[in-house]
Design a protein around this ligand. Structure first.
Ligand code: G3P
Ligand code: MG
Length: 250
């Protein structure tokens, strides 16, 4: 099981946001492999559910922005999703990349790299997405190698009810009144706040309660430095190579 709260002497961990989305088409195996090559310690991906209940890795509920197709994931069976080209929109070099299933990514990641699975729920609410994700993780023996995050905190509560051993983290873009109290209520392992709401006091309070602070998305060295100096545990970035270079130089 990978550790979430880093030791004081350890370096900040690099969370590859949708893989290495600054360099490759987001949420594809090409992007995940590139993130790993660039030094990512953990990879973030987004999950939706197809019409035939398969968790697939894509950011939007609609395939239009990141494939050559059109339509909502919830209305498409896996066989149709798999025909889509998820690479050409980014660059011709990636033509033919497919939308991966969560299962395919887990098979690739197992023993290789931990995964942060972000469950996308809303505006389309997927009935049973929590059960399906938990099943996939159990099937791959990966329950201890992932952290599940979501902006839908109800979904995270359901995940813990189904599988208490899974680690969860709230995504949010605001300042919380009593974050540690809320974390205890949801039995969380970590906070995943947008970088703009992170303060040193919040990080210290979280760490005192053994909760990790993994923030997103920092792409410039100045912002990365600021977050490192405050003491965050992980930084999500579209450019794992930039963060790697910065950490190596410190
Ligand atoms: O990990 C945080 C980040 O992924 C949340 O935003 O929209 O990129 O999924 P989004
Ligand atoms: Mg995400």
């Amino acid at each position: 099981m990978f550790k979430l709260v880093k030791e004081k002497k350890e370096k900040v961990r690099i969370l590859g946001h949708r893989g290495a989305m600054g360099h490759a088409p987001e949420n594809t195996l090409a992007s995940f492999m590139m993130a790993l090559e660039m030094g990512a310690d953990i990879i973030e991906l987004d999950v939706h559910l197809t019409r035939d209940n398969v968790p697939v890795v894509i950011h939007d509920e609609d395939v239009k922005r990141t494939t050559d197709g059109e339509g909502q994931v919830k209305d498409m069976n896996l066989s149709r999703i798999k025909k889509l080209d998820a690479g050409s929109w980014f660059s011709r070099e990636f033509a033919g990349e497919r939308i991966p299933t969560l299962s395919e990514v887990l098979a690739w990641a197992k023993g290789n790299v931990p995964i942060n699975i972000e469950i996308k729920n809303g505006p389309n609410f997927y009935k049973g997405i929590e059960e399906r994700v938990v099943e996939e993780l159990a099937g791959h023996g990966m329950t201890g190698e992932v952290i599940i995050s979501s902006f839908d905190h109800v979904c995270l509560k359901t995940i813990k009810e189904i599988e208490p051993a899974l680690r969860t983290a709230i995504l949010y873009s605001c300042r919380l009144c009593d974050p540690v109290y809320y974390a205890k209520y949801l039995n969380l392992s970590a906070f995943h706040p947008r970088w703009s709401y992170v303060t040193k006091k919040f990080i210290d309070d979280a760490h005192a309660a053994e909760l990790a602070v993994n923030t997103w998305v920092a792409n410039t060295p100045d912002l990365m430095k600021r977050l490192i100096d405050m003491g965050v545990d992980m930084i999500g970035t579209n450019y794992p190579d930039r963060l790697k270079k910065l950490l190596s130089s410190r």
